[in-house]
Design a protein around this ligand. Structure first.
Ligand code: ADP
Length: 544
């Protein structure tokens, strides 16, 4: 560039300026004295005299369709017509925007020839290209055809187009649908789109993208259809843009929310169930562990406590037996001495009465001690039954009589009911006496204050005899009826507090003796109404 006043020559070329090619095709001065440089391969550059530098417009910087510029011509509207190897451009200098006219926009020419651009004074544009000449009214070309928003023309799932159905995948027309939900079995999905502009001179350009799946915007095929297969479960947004082909930054967008449901085993509900199941399993295993632990602890505890109880009982019994054994000799001496005293005539009645009380008490103590010794023998299998046939009626009568005096003193209705004919039986009178004494003394212990009654009834049948001992005392509760025959079992009752002591082995010993006779013993009772003890023995002569 030459400055004739300064006599200075400036040389601008590719490497010291903003001109992108040294192959200059055309230099053009516009109405505002701007200098335009059209290059072959470097786009177009315009000289800024204030800065003494060039501003360039290239494929890279301004999205030109080509850097091969064949011609430039200012228009009447501060725009420029630029012919390129790939179509005609209208350049809005103020907006720095290029509008493209090529086959994609319905313009019949693509390669504009060199020096083939003319604008007449009437505003007619003549453009020459490899495919002929095109002329048009510049004013009309400036009219912007508005962009049309794209819409969906068809949506197919598993290769079948969707139609609006109540409760179906879509319930409204595809053109206005804004979300769809696909089930796991819907493996393929295709979506076609279009816009309302069908003018051949102004074809919309589309781009689409499935947010959440596609990385970049995609140019559709000629059918304007996007295809997707085997989308993973999740939520996506399908976006389609209708782009102004002349000015790319101008576009309108339509979106569709797409949800792909997971298969049931991957669904939230399934995960919820898995969680419940896992918690349930965990809880039940913890419970099982605790239950097992409890079971073993309980079992061990029970095992230990039963063993401990047996051991204690044995120790108790051993102790009682030993002590009883020691008691029997002195008690025999006491009772013997008292018996001797009672036979002396010189003593007054009141003294004899007191001696009698002492005698009864020591005699009772002696019997309790003997009972313990017998029980120990029974436990160890050393209790011998010496049975022989004898008159059982007489035997019962004798035992009955020995309590007659006490009954009389206490005004007890004390009765005996024997069969007319004497009953004969094989039994051990010594041991059987212990049984009857025990049953009778129990009856006397638990009688009411008034109207007390005790009755002995012997019933004979063909094979057996049953001796019933009935009282109208406090009775025995149903739950205790069987337990009273267990050793050391004593029912908690008020009478025990009144000094009616016992050992809890009397009935256990009685049961042992009766069973040694191959008989049975049981009680029938009603609480507070009294009870009846039954002894059933076989009549047949049998070695017992
Ligand atoms: P104890 O030495 O305590 O009398 P037993 O084995 O003879 O022991 O009797 C066991 C328990 O049975 C008694 O403690 C008592 O509670 C109950 N019992 C026995 N006979 C009678 C009865 N006739 N009436 C009410 N309770 C009875």
């Amino acid at each position: 560039m030459a400055d004739i006043y300064e006599k200075k020559l400036s040389h601008f070329y590719k490497y010291n300026s903003n001109i992108h090619s040294n192959d200059i095709f055309k230099i053009y001065q516009d109405s505002k004295d701007r200098i335009w440089i059209a290059t072959y391969g470097g786009g177009i550059s315009v000289y800024d005299s204030s800065k003494e530098s060039f501003k360039s417009f290239t494929q890279a910087s301004h999205n030109l369709p080509s850097n091969l510029i064949h011609g430039i011509q200012e228009t009447n509207f501060d725009n420029f017509w630029i012919g390129t190897s790939k179509g005609l451009l209208r350049f809005d200098f103020n907006e720095e925007a290029f509008y493209k006219f090529d086959r994609s926009t319905g313009f019949p020419l693509s390669d504009i020839n060199q020096s083939s651009l003319l604008l007449t004074s009437q505003g007619q544009v003549f453009v020459g290209g490899a495919d002929g000449l095109v002329s048009f009214d510049e004013k009309a070309s400036l009219k912007k055809i508005p962009l049309e928003k794209p819409y969906f023309s068809e949506i197919s799932v598993n290769n079948k187009p969707l139609f609006p159905v109540q409760g179906g995948i879509i319930e409204k027309d595809v053109s206005i649908v804004d979300h769809i939900t696909l089930k796991p079995e819907h493996t393929s999905f295709a979506i076609s789109f279009t816009s309302g502009n069908y003018l051949p001179s102004y074809k919309n350009k589309y781009k689409y993208k499935l947010n959440g799946f596609d990385e970049d915007w995609i140019e559709p095929n000629s059918q304007n259809t996007a295809y997707y297969t085997n989308l993973s479960p999740g939520t996506y947004t399908f976006l389609v843009r209708s782009i102004d082909p002349q000015y790319q930054d101008n576009f309108l967008e339509t979106s569709l929310e797409l949800k792909v449901e997971p298969p049931f085993f991957k669904s939230n509900l399934a995960y919820f169930f898995y969680a419940i199941l896992a918690i349930g399993l965990l809880a039940s295993s913890i419970t099982s562990i605790y239950t097992a632990h409890d079971f073993w602890t309980n079992w061990n505890w029970k095992k230990k406590s039963t063993a401990q109880m047996l051991k204690t009982n044995n120790q108790k019994l051993e102790f009682f037996t030993d002590v009883s054994h020691e008691f029997i000799t002195p008690l025999s001496i006491i009772t013997g001495t008292l018996e001797g005293l009672m036979q002396q005539n010189r003593l007054s009645e009141s003294v004899i009465n007191r001696i009698q009380i002492a005698y009864k008490s020591s005699d009772r103590l002696k019997r309790l001690a003997k009972e313990l010794l017998d029980f120990r023998k029974l436990e160890n299998g050393h209790l011998k039954i010496k049975a022989y046939e004898d008159n059982f009626s007489d035997f019962v009568r004798t035992v009955f009589k020995s309590y007659e005096k006490i009954a009389e003193d206490k005004q007890i209705n004390y009765t005996l009911d024997l069969p007319d004919q004497s009953v004969f039986l094989t039994f051990d009178p010594e041991q059987m006496e212990k049984v009857l004494f025990n049953l009778l003394s129990n009856c006397f212990k638990y009688l009411p204050e008034r109207n007390a009654a005790i009755k002995l009834t012997l019933i004979e049948s063909q094979e057996t005899i049953v001796l019933k001992i009935t009282d109208n005392g406090i009775g025995i509760a149903e739950q205790d009826a069987n337990k009273i025959f267990d050793r050391f079992y004593q029912i908690e009752n008020i009478h025990r507090n009144e000094g009616k002591y016992g050992t809890g082995i009397g009935l256990a010993l009685s049961k042992g003796i009766i069973e040694a006779h191959h008989g049975e013993i049981w009680v029938e009772s009603e609480l507070n109404r009294g009870c009846t003890f039954h002894i059933k023995l076989k009549k047949r002569k049998k070695s017992v």
